[in-house]
Ligand binder design. Structure first.
Ligand code: CP3
Length: 356
């Protein structure tokens, strides 16, 4: 088969072909949090600029987006941004603290309204400008660019709690105590996020990912009631832009079929989920992305290689598989391990989706 990436057209790139469950010449790989503190190039910029400056100055955000593409040879770039500035655009105060992480003033009784396209263009214009710059500077030019947003439920957790909380107890309590207000909040977030994703696609994003990091804190019945309709609404809006949508969540292996009901083209799974089973349960209808444990990148190359091969074996030969981690690259990861992982996946993956 001819090398599909030589054509320099993102739509032909193996990552986008896999999103659409088309045959590929090698398994595509990119990594969540592929830009960031584990890279020396990022640390150098961070000594001179705050995280906030890197996010909001398009030239800097463009540079950080391109760093892992140059250093690692991944099959996609992801725009350097964060899931939380959209909450600031909706009127909440947000501050990134170097040691405590993001801090928001909890929403309390306030009910933020959904933002229009023009409000989003005005308030999050810096990320759109970053997308434009990255599109212009991406080399090789055939590398697709991913835009992203936080999913409504995960954003609601941050809005209600004010800070990262692994169990989201306060947020889940509030959503259950005030179901009508909760539904209005999730609907406003869904419309805003959906529109933000559409804008990113119109500005050059070739694919979109929705991060539902905290979805796994919900029981399946509550997921169905709260997180699912909101994610489905955001994805329905986003898909009108005509690019593939990836839905990522963690600790949701027990409700895979529900995740597919979001309407996403690709379902991202974490390392606690049995990948072979996920492929069997979902493979007929959607592509699957995942799911190497990010901790494997902290191990020796031999251990990492063995774990990466196990992921490739579990994914099998069917069409529609994208290699990724089960969550983001951890600070402290050796960039050389990441580079060798990308090489291994390209060299050892089977041709996928071809007739036997
Ligand atoms: O390379 C990429 O993947 C693109 C950049 C990206 C960032 N955040 C940059 C970032 C992406 C896709 C995100 C998504 C994000 N942000 C999520 C969903 C994915 C996940 O990790 O669960 C969440 C929950 C956030 C919110 C957030 N932003 C937290 C909790 C933190 C602090 C903890 C941490 O990881 O540092 C951030 C800060 C953040 N976002 C950094 C980066 C590179 C670190 C900033 C720094 O100190 O330089």
């Amino acid at each position: 088969m001819r090398g599909v990436v030589d054509d320099a057209l993102p739509t032909d790139a193996r990552f986008l072909r896999a999103c659409r469950r088309l045959p590929v010449d090698a398994t595509p790989i990119w990594l969540m949090r592929q830009a960031g503190r584990y890279m020396t190039e990022y640390q150098e910029l961070r000594r001179r600029y705050s995280f906030e400056q890197l996010l909001t100055q398009p030239e800097l955000a463009c540079e950080v987006t391109l760093q892992p593409v140059r250093a690692l040879g991944v099959d996609a770039a992801i725009v350097f941004s964060d899931i939380l500035p959209i909450l600031r655009a909706m009127g909440m105060s947000l501050r990134y603290d170097d040691s405590a992480g993001p801090q928001l003033e909890p929403l309390g009784d306030r009910e933020p309204a959904a933002l229009s396209f023009s409000e989003l263009e005005e308030r999050l214009g810096y990320t759109l400008q970053t997308l434009r710059l990255v599109k212009r500077e991406l080399t090789p030019p055939g590398v697709p660019l991913i835009g992203f947003a936080g999913a409504p439920f995960t954003l609601a957790c941050y809005a209600l709690e004010g800070r990262p909380s692994s169990a989201c107890t306060l947020a889940r309590g509030l959503l259950l105590a005030h179901p009508e207000r909760g539904r209005r909040l999730l609907a406003a977030l869904a419309d805003t996020v959906g529109r933000h994703l559409v804008l990113q696609a119109r500005t050059g994003a070739d694919a979109l990912q929705l991060f539902d990091t905290w979805a796994g804190t919900l029981a399946a019945a509550d997921y169905r009631e709260l997180a699912l309709p909101a994610a489905r609404r955001a994805i329905a809006l986003a898909r009108e832009a005509g690019v593939p949508v990836i839905y990522f969540s963690t600790q949701t292996g027990g409700m895979l079929e529900l995740l597919a009901e979001t309407g996403a083209d690709v379902i991202g799974v974490d390392w606690r989920t049995d990948l072979a089973a996920a492929r069997r349960r979902l493979g007929g209808s959607v592509a699957v992305q995942g799911n190497l444990d990010p901790a494997a990148l902290l191990a020796s190359w031999e251990t990492l290689a063995e774990r990466a091969r196990a992921v490739l074996r579990a994914a099998g030969r069917g069409p529609g598989f994208i290699f990724n981690l089960g969550h983001g690259v951890l600070p402290g990861t050796d960039p050389d391990n990441v580079r060798r992982l990308v090489e291994l996946v390209h060299e050892e993956s089977p041709l996928s989706g071809l007739e036997d």
